[in-house]
Write a protein that binds this ligand. Structure first.
Ligand SMILES: O=P(O)(O)OC[C@@]1(O)O[C@H](CO)[C@@H](O)[C@@H]1O
Ligand SMILES: [Mn+2]
Length: 452
């Protein structure tokens, strides 16, 4: 489409940061050069450490499968570290053809002299998504361990290490449930804003940013909301309140208000999203929540249906009464159809969301039925804005490049060098005061796009 800025890519080795004449290495370059190989090495190490488990489960075949997967992943790491051409996927899978068509599309964007799509040449969004899809290919090519989630251990660890924060959250929610029916509108709004901010800061730590190192929530997130407010760079929470409270006021009996949550990370962040979803139902700001997760292990910590079900089961069987109460209630929301978990392969393709109506018209049509769509996390923001080098003050609506299935809001902490919809001078001020403001995860946004 005419007039779109270039995509972030590993080509941008260095750039002159806004606040100094000294070039900085771009986050895209650093991710491809350092973080992704580190994640691959951790995956290989995980397979090594599960060798005896594979042997117990599958005998010799399990050992051979582990060896095969490791050799495939080592080959992938070498391709990446020596900037080899991106090669087509070879294993038949539901999305193999779409991926290979997309690789051809990337080739079509290059001119003769550029040669083939490569790790440090092609768009960062593409090569990073491709890397996770190649990890999945290596696993499905290695039966009988072809259903192994190489990231499960670190996702579960994040949950277990965040117990104190989870207990605080579940306790807060259950206390709130006791009085929620009697709250005045302004009190309800205050609590709505609290659970929104809890969900935002739950996104701060993700395992792909930390390279798979533990990123669990150690502090009590509720008591730090006031201190974290100055780090919210775009705050459209009022827009969310007026949309949903209006739905509540005007809703006919037995009609529904549906909020779709495009999930991000499992573990602590998922708990914060389920707390938000429970609040939406209990406050009657919504009557139905649809959750979208990932169909394959993705960006280390992203939620699959196994993670979703495992986490609710863990809570339900917890010996802490409020955790257990949440687990029981949440399992019941699913049983009653008030909460629906959905999968779609589009979320693990490399496409910008502006391509959804072409690539996944069924999903686009489904999202159009929502009254509000909440997109959690940084990767979703990168796909909403096409991971392009937009000016910081470009309106969010423009950066969405035609993607408007329903009123939507990005709830995201900044972990990549793309941000739009800022005030004039805001980016310059941030770069001067905190040069890593775009990638540290310290800053967050609630960025809304909907009817004016
Ligand atoms: O979507 P999330 O979980 O908030 O973040 C995903 C992410 O960590 O992966 C990349 C770094 O490798 C960045 O795009 C982004 O920060
Ligand atoms: Mn993620």
């Amino acid at each position: 489409m005419a007039g779109l800025p270039d995509s972030l890519s590993g080509q941008d080795v260095g750039f002159v940061s806004l606040s100094s004449s000294v070039g900085n290495l771009s986050f895209a370059y650093l991710t491809i050069k350092d973080r992704i190989p580190q994640i691959l090495t951790k995956v290989i190490d995980t397979l090594h450490r599960h060798k005896s488990e594979f042997f117990e489960k599958h005998g010799e075949k399990g050992m051979e499968a582990e060896k095969k997967a490791i050799s495939l992943l080592s080959k992938l790491r070498n391709e990446l570290q020596t900037d080899k051409p991106i090669v087509p996927l070879v294993e038949k899978f539901v999305d193999t053809d779409i991926w290979n068509q997309y690789l051809e599309y990337q080739q079509s964007l290059l001119n003769e002299s550029d040669g083939k799509p490569r790790w440090f040449l092609s768009p960062w969004l593409f090569v990073e998504c491709y890397m996770y899809r190649r990890i999945h290919e290596a696993i499905i090519q290695s039966p009988p361990i072809d259903d192994f989630d190489v990231f499960k251990e670190s996702k579960d660890q994040n949950f277990f290490e965040s117990q104190q924060s989870i207990i605080a959250l579940c306790t807060y929610l259950q206390e709130l449930m006791k009085t929620i029916e009697d709250l005045e509108d302004n009190q309800l709004k205050d609590e709505f804003f609290k659970v929104l901010q809890i969900s935002l800061w739950g996104n701060k730590c993700d395992l792909s940013l930390s390279g798979g190192d533990t990123s669990s929530q150690k502090t009590n997130i509720i008591s730090s909301l006031e201190d974290l407010k100055p780090f919210i760079l775009v705050n459209d929470m009022e827009r969310l309140w007026s949309l949903l409270s209006n739905c509540k006021k005007t809703r006919e009996r037995a009609s529904i208000t549906r909020v779709d949550i495009i999930l991000d990370n499992s573990g602590f962040e998922l708990i914060t999203d389920l707390v938000l979803a429970d609040f939406l139902l209990s406050s009657k700001l919504a009557t139905e929540i649809h959750f979208y997760g990932k169909t394959i292990p993705w960006f280390v910590s992203d939620t699959t249906i196994h993670d979703f079900n495992w986490l609710i089961k863990q809570l339900k069987h917890s010996n802490h009464k409020w955790m257990s109460k949440c687990g029981v209630n949440w399992e019941n929301h699913i049983k009653m159809g008030r909460w629906v978990y959905l999968d779609h392969m589009f979320w693990t393709l490399p496409h910008e969301f502006s391509a959804m109506s072409q690539v996944a018209p069924d999903l686009h049509a489904e999202l159009q039925k929502a009254h509000l769509i909440l997109f959690k996390g940084d990767l979703n923001y990168r796909k909403l804005t096409g991971d392009r080098k937009w000016e910081f003050t470009i309106p969010f609506h423009q950066a969405l490049n035609g993607f408007h299935p329903a009123p939507l809001c990005s709830i995201r902490t900044l972990k990549a060098e793309v941000q739009v919809g800022l005030q004039p001078g805001q980016a310059e001020q941030l770069s001067a005061s905190d040069p890593s403001w775009m990638t540290s995860g310290k800053y967050g946004i609630f960025q809304f796009d909907g009817p004016l």
